[in-house]
Design a protein around this ligand. Structure first.
Ligand SMILES: [Zn+2]
Ligand SMILES: [Zn+2]
Length: 352
């Protein structure tokens, strides 16, 4: 089969690699349809590592995908041949302390698609996943066949992180929130929060085109911290401060802004991944405001909710798709996302 293979720093080749095979009777062989290019894929491409996870070449990245079921193991019941599915890239053991507590996202034996040391990714024609990772888009919840498109299905993985972050934040109707960072994850938090009928959403980003995308998506106000004092602008409009801030940039600057923006008793959702080992907080401000910090590790049990939100029309995420490429053009897609070129938000790789 064809695969887009990382062969070195900023090097990628389309190669012929062996097709994976069903090994366990709970395995599903999937034909990949659409793959979303994620910032983490691009980070592996540019630097060969994320923290302690180092790429051993050759390696296939990619973890946001939709697929069609091509074959199933003998005891598979969740899906059948021909089903279109959202692929949940995390495979947990369901048996360790964390899994038994319902925390599959922090499973001690977690394997994640397209992660060095854990397994190759989905930028190829076929993958094998356990049936638990396959969420049919025509599941029991939906009356119509294929209630969401293959492109929407590929967006479910990043959107699920937004849905999970909003769930973990204990959001409430009429809450006033800020989302700092308007990339795919910030916009996913936005779409998930909009589905919860919050009263006000303030968004920021250092890229003007992303500020405009947030405005177009109907947020209360959006601004660029390089052009204006976003803390002043937001607090002028909301003197009491924010109930919840979603930090989706992973920068010291946005963490500082979040602490300023929150009202006493507010919740700070830590979603962005800092590139540094340590970040800094004013303990005086955290304590006086009695702020709650909540860390987000990918997502847990939100894939089906994500599909349902899109299928029901409660959440619209199509606006995030800005570019489409073929598998052969994957390197072009990665170079574009790496350079934030051409007003990119989400680039999709569409397989034939
Ligand atoms: Zn991702
Ligand atoms: Zn486990």
């Amino acid at each position: 089969m064809k695969a887009a293979v990382l062969t070195g720093i900023r090097q990628m080749q389309i190669m012929d690699v062996p097709e994976p095979k069903i090994e366990k009777d709970t395995d599903v062989l999937l034909k990949i349809e659409v793959v979303g290019v994620c910032g983490s894929d691009v980070h592996y491409y540019e630097t060969g590592r994320i923290g302690s996870q180092v790429v051993q070449y050759p390696f296939i990245v990619g973890h946001e995908c939709s697929a069609m079921v091509k074959a199933v193991g003998d005891s598979v019941t969740r899906v059948k041949v021909g089903d279109e599915v959202v692929v949940e890239p995390a495979v947990s053991c369901y048996n360790c302390d964390q899994c038994k507590q319902g925390r599959e996202n922090t499973c001690f034996k977690l394997r994640f698609l397209g992660t060095p040391g854990q397994g190759d990714g989905c930028l190829c024609e076929y993958i094998v996943m356990p049936q638990e990772s396959c969420f049919p888009t025509n599941g029991a919840m939906h009356s119509m066949a294929n209630a969401i498109t293959l492109e929407q299905a590929a967006l479910c993985e990043p959107f699920a992180i937004g849905v999970y972050s909003v769930r973990q934040s204990q959001i409430f109707r009429n809450a006033k929130i800020a989302i700092l960072g308007s990339g795919p994850i910030g916009l996913s938090c936005m779409a998930a929060a909009q589905a919860e009928d919050v009263e006000a959403i303030y968004m920021t980003d250092k890229l003007d085109y992303r500020v405009q995308i947030a405005e177009k998506a109907g947020v209360t106000w959006a601004g660029n911290p390089d052009r204006e004092d976003i803390v002043k602008e937001i607090l002028q409009r909301e003197p009491l401060g924010m109930d919840i801030v979603f930090e989706c940039a992973g920068q010291q600057e946005t963490l500082d802004e979040a602490v300023e923006l929150l009202k006493p008793g507010g919740r700070l959702m830590l979603i962005g991944i800092p590139r540094v080992e340590q970040v800094w907080f004013s303990i005086d401000k955290l304590r006086r405001k009695e702020l709650t910090l909540i860390n987000v590790r990918r997502q847990n049990k939100c894939t089906q909710t994500t599909i349902d939100l899109i299928a029901s029309g409660k959440a619209d995420i199509d606006f995030m798709i800005t570019h489409r490429f073929k598998l052969e053009q994957t390197k072009d897609a990665f170079d574009m996302v790496a350079g934030y070129r051409d007003d990119v938000v989400k680039a999709l790789i569409e397989l034939e």
